[in-house]
Design a protein around this ligand. Structure first.
Ligand SMILES: [Zn+2]
Length: 118
């Protein structure tokens, strides 16, 4: 099964074969403002049928991550490490609710301890 995430205007489309055990709700200064729900995955498990070259990256703080959004509708789509490390996350809020229903949501303390709160 492939999980599909699409921004509101439809310009950015992502697909992943990842099988997440949970989704992550992070309380860091950026994630809590974005309201994203992260599905972490291996970049090799993600493809962009459309829009990958149109997203806009926001880089802040220690500059380790690039947070991407659609320039047309503003939806936060994904983040990637700037060092090309073997990790990324896509915003599960862009998925149909039925695709992720029942998945556990873990609260991550990105603001202070950098550990899960559960
Ligand atoms: Zn869009």
């Amino acid at each position: 099964m492939i999980l599909t995430a699409v921004c509101h205007c439809g310009a950015v489309r992502m697909e992943t074969s990842a099988r997440p055990l949970w989704l992550t709700d992070c309380n860091c200064s950026l994630c809590r403002r974005l309201g994203a729900l992260w599905l972490h995955c291996d970049p090799a498990e993600v493809s962009f049928p459309s829009g990958e070259d149109t997203t806009v990256a926001y880089v802040q703080g220690d500059k380790t991550l690039a947070m991407h959004h659609c320039p047309t509708c503003g939806c936060t789509t994904h983040w990637r490490p700037r060092d090309q490390g073997n990790r990324m996350a896509i915003n599960a809020r862009l998925m149909e609710t039925g695709a992720i229903v029942g998945l556990r949501i873990r609260h991550f303390d990105g603001a202070e301890t950098f550990g899960f709160l559960d």
